[in-house]
Design a protein. Structure first.
Length: 476
């Protein structure tokens, strides 16, 4: 095999350095220790300065790894350093790893080097998980083998050893993961949107946007780049996508007129690839709601069609895809009020997109959690002009949300309330809601003031709603 990592051929073996021992670092470390004596000569892990000896470190050491605890000052010499996504490329820890290795990269890049065929990559501030899951669903339902990997929860490195010949990887890639790529070459790339997020990691919005645009870097003739032209951030990347020589599919609700485009015409999802049109299903046949999910479905359909899925199979599979957990997920109806879990909406743009799923409803919106410091005045104006009738601000960020919506010109009659924690917020929302209203948890914040992540927050919301149902006598 001609592939090289850290200047070494695969048959020479590498000395591997792993930074971080979260979910990604642990998956990589376990994979690497399983390959000691073959492609991997040695595995050294720096879990981070705050990690103490534990069952995980002891298990890895028993498997042959070396764990260096209590420091982020790397020593030694390594062929490859793989940094976990939570470690910023601007951090001292990252710099220390880079100084002691021939190459530094993220885990998706490392996995790609070992298994470089048939990757479809998806990125964007919002919509990545749904679109990646859709691609995986469309391909498998169309008779093509695919596995969803990446930021969706399955580290690609854990899937390469059992990967079936000719199968596809649909990879959700975050800005953290893309920032350290150099050779990653997806046959189809999807850029959904770029709005401000993760500034603590990237330092500037431009660095964040540049990381997203790296998804196109190694594409060329025969590849496809799907770019949403409705979003200003992703539309700005069109010249970069076109410069690679890849075919560019312009994604929008309206037909852009490009040779390759994905759009809605007369209510029907339609993809045109190199001039050949595919009319798929009616937008109303999708089980996932909202204008943003129409775009997600179109992007996934374009990707699936490009790699060989048949139009009829894609059309049918679009109608059978179900909403994902924590993403505009219907929970239950209690006393005539629908409760919906959108805990995954950890930024303001995601909330605005979620609200498009309720154009004819009256919404009681739950906002709050760990404050990301996002500018809120424009957000407050747009939310107040939407389907939202009342807002409950809770958690660490509640004071800033309250201040943003307190200005009368922004509120426009929206009822405003506050609560300390999520449990309190659900009770307040119940008191505010009327029959046929929607209570929507779409918090625009991360969850770390109360929870380990958006998943735990969403699960807790569902438990609280189930409690309401029991108290009310078991409404649907």
């Amino acid at each position: 095999m001609s592939v090289e990592i850290g200047g070494k051929r695969l048959d020479e073996g590498i000395d591997l350095l792993v930074l971080g021992l979260g979910a990604t670092g642990l998956a990589l470390a376990r994979w690497a220790t399983g390959h000691l004596g073959g492609f991997v000569k040695s595995v050294t892990i720096y879990p981070g300065s705050k990690i103490k000896p534990c069952a995980q470190t002891r298990s890895l050491e028993a498997m042959g790894a070396t764990c260096v605890l209590g420091t982020e000052k790397v020593e030694g010499s390594y062929d490859v350093c793989v940094a976990s996504p939570g470690i910023s490329e601007f951090s001292v820890f990252f710099a220390s790893g880079r100084a002691h290795a021939s190459e530094i990269m993220g885990e998706p890049e490392f996995a790609f080097r070992l298994s470089p065929e048939r990757w479809i990559a998806v990125t964007g501030t919002n919509g990545k998980t749904t679109t990646t899951s859709l691609i995986n669903h469309l391909l498998n339902e169309s008779g093509l083998t695919c596995r969803a990997v990446g930021n969706i929860g399955v580290a690609p490195i854990t899937a390469i050893d059992t990967r079936a010949e000719g199968s596809w990887f649909a990879a959700e890639l975050s800005s953290y993961q893309l920032a350290t790529t150099s050779e990653l070459h997806p046959r189809v790339s999807v850029l959904l949107n770029i709005t401000p997020d993760h500034l603590a990691w990237h330092r500037t919005h431009e660095a964040y946007a540049a990381a997203k645009r790296r998804i196109f870097a190694n594409q060329g003739a025969g590849d496809l780049a799907v770019v949403c032209v409705e979003d200003a951030g992703s539309a700005a990347a069109l010249p970069e996508a076109r410069a690679t020589g890849a075919e560019v599919c312009e994604l929008a609700h309206e037909d852009s007129g490009a040779t390759s485009a994905a759009f809605v015409r007369d209510g029907v999802l339609t993809c045109r690839l190199r001039g050949a049109e595919h009319r798929l299903c009616a937008a109303t046949e999708l089980a996932i709601s909202g204008a943003h999910n129409e775009l997600n479905a179109l992007a996934a359909a374009a990707a699936a069609l490009w790699v060989g899925a048949e139009s009829a199979g894609v059309a049918h599979a679009l109608t059978t895809f179900q909403p994902l957990e924590h993403r505009i997920e219907p929970v239950r109806t209690v006393d005539g009020v629908r409760y919906v879990n959108d805990s995954k909406a950890t930024n303001t743009d995601a909330v605005e997109k979620a609200l498009t799923a309720f154009p004819n409803d009256s919404v009681v919106l739950l906002l709050g959690g760990t404050d990301k410091g996002t500018e809120l005045s424009g957000f407050a104006e747009r939310v107040s002009a939407s389907c939202v009738r009342a807002i409950v601000c809770f958690g660490e960020a509640r004071d800033r949300f309250l201040a943003a919506f307190a200005e009368p010109t922004r509120r426009e009659g929206v009822e405003l309330a506050e609560a300390e924690h999520l449990a309190d917020a659900v009770e307040v929302a119940r008191a505010l809601a009327h029959t046929d209203d929607v209570v929507l948890l779409s918090p625009a914040c991360s969850s770390f003031d109360e929870f380990s992540g958006f998943e735990e927050r969403g699960d807790r919301f569902k438990e609280l709603v189930a409690d309401l149902s029991r108290k009310s006598g078991g409404s649907r």
